[in-house]
Design a protein around this ligand. Structure first.
Ligand SMILES: Cc1cc2nc3c(=O)[nH]c(=O)nc-3n(C[C@H](O)[C@H](O)[C@H](O)COP(=O)(O)OP(=O)(O)OC[C@H]3O[C@@H](n4cnc5c(N)ncnc54)[C@H](O)[C@@H]3O)c2cc1C
Length: 376
């Protein structure tokens, strides 16, 4: 086994890639490496199961990965804080409580939460997930047929709308759901048969779809579209777009035109050898899609490369599959498969497969924590 003079690896964000990094270092510790996890949340919501929870098919504990327990398994120290600044030349990270941390290696997996046009109490972004889960719980118990808008015409927005419709279907007066997208069509990244299937599901669920309607403002109790229309919306759930955090602007890291951290195929920063990034925040040469499944796949390569980088060994490549399989759920324990082909296999059987895959994913991490006797 290679030993290492005392070095510090900072893992910033307990996202879908870093859970695998923690697992890997827990299974095969690297002597002399101190691991620190900087993350404000004690638990990570697994994105693949979020729509299933919204629809009412899962309990919270079934969709969450215990980050504190996993950090304990990896022998990592958990710092409950958010990163708020980075000086990549000086290798120093600043936290939102003002502390600074030096590092030998830094890995960023903090996601890229969508940013609504303005902060307002009736507008809820899908990330971080805490406020979204609270808003869905509140909606499920409301008694009025209030207008609710979902902004975002990708798979996330469509799944969310369908799941919400399913969750509220038995309310005496269910909410009036409307889905908005700035694109001329929904689900533009998916083949036509998949789009047709999901649009039909939206129609059956009674969800109104507004295509070609960019939402530009959210005054109290409403939203405003680019063509000046004001539409009533007591709640606006924002699932459109991924935005790189503003605090990275002064980091010195090379970023792409949209502010995402530019990495090589090895997931190492193209400007700083000590910095790595994965998940929604990373801008890869292959243009890997921003999805939980990408972050999960990157996790293995990231874990290997962080270890190899500390040991001074050659790094591995992350090559995303040309057509990743997406199983998109429709709220009613059905799912449709999308893989770049002009077909749309769909039904309860696909939901059952998705359910099995997703449960196995969460158990892969929580099982490690349970085998150690729970979090410390
Ligand atoms: C409704 C919905 C359904 C979806 N379904 C799917 C699906 O079925 N399949 C799929 O592949 N994708 C799905 N997605 C997309 C998926 O959620 C994202 O692509 C995925 O979560 C990105 O993972 P990540 O690890 O990059 O970031 P995240 O999962 O967002 O994790 C980031 C972590 O970093 C932490 N963090 C944030 N900022 C800081 C900071 N400054 N300092 C420290 N920590 C920080 C957060 O607390 C969080 O724990 C869905 C999205 C939505 C909205």
């Amino acid at each position: 086994m290679t030993t290492t003079a005392r070095k510090r690896l900072l893992l910033v964000g307990g996202g879908h890639a870093h859970v695998e990094v923690l697992r890997a270092f827990g299974q095969r510790p690297l002597p002399g490496l101190e691991i620190v996890l900087v993350e404000p949340q004690a638990r990570m919501v697994y994105s693949g199961m979020l729509p299933g929870w919204i629809a009412g098919h899962y309990r919270r504990t079934e969709i969450e990965i215990d980050l504190i327990g996993l950090a304990g398994y990896a022998g990592a120290r958990w710092i409950r804080a958010a990163a708020a600044g980075l000086d990549a030349d000086a290798a120093r990270l600043t936290l939102d409580d003002g502390r600074t941390l030096a590092y030998d290696r830094l890995s960023l997996n903090i996601g890229a939460p969508p940013r609504p046009p303005a902060a307002a109490s009736h507008v809820i972004a899908v990330k971080p997930t805490g406020p979204l889960l609270a808003a869905v719980d509140a909606l499920a118990h409301e008694t009025r047929a209030a207008p609710v808008a979902i902004v975002g015409g990708g798979a996330g927005g469509v799944e969310l709308a369908l799941a919400l419709a399913h969750r509220c279907r038995n309310r005496p007066a269910p909410p009036r759901l409307a889905l908005f997208t700035r694109s001329p069509a929904l689900l533009t990244d998916h083949p036509q048969p998949v789009r047709r299937y999901l649009i039909r599901a939206l129609t059956i669920a009674g969800i109104t779809v507004h295509t070609g309607q960019a939402v530009v403002d959210t005054p109290p109790g409403a939203l405003v579209t680019a063509d000046g229309r004001r539409i009533a919306a007591e709640r606006v759930i924002w699932a459109a777009g991924a935005e790189a955090p503003a605090w990275l602007a002064g980091s010195g890291l090379r970023r792409d035109d949209d502010g995402f951290v530019q990495v090589a195929a090895t997931l190492r920063s193209s400007s700083h050898e000590t910095v790595f990034a994965g998940g929604d925040l990373a801008s890869t040469p292959a243009g890997a899609p921003r999805a939980g499944v990408t972050a999960v796949r990157q996790g293995r390569v990231l874990a290997a490369n962080l270890r190899r980088s500390v040991q001074g060994r050659r790094l591995r490549r992350f090559d995303p599959p040309r057509h990743a399989l997406a199983l998109i759920s429709t709220g009613d324990r059905r799912a449709v498969a999308s893989r770049g082909l002009p077909i749309a296999p769909a039904g309860h059987w696909l939901w059952r497969i998705k359910d099995r895959i997703d449960r196995r994913f969460v158990a892969r991490y929580n099982g490690l924590v349970e085998s150690r006797g729970g979090p410390e």
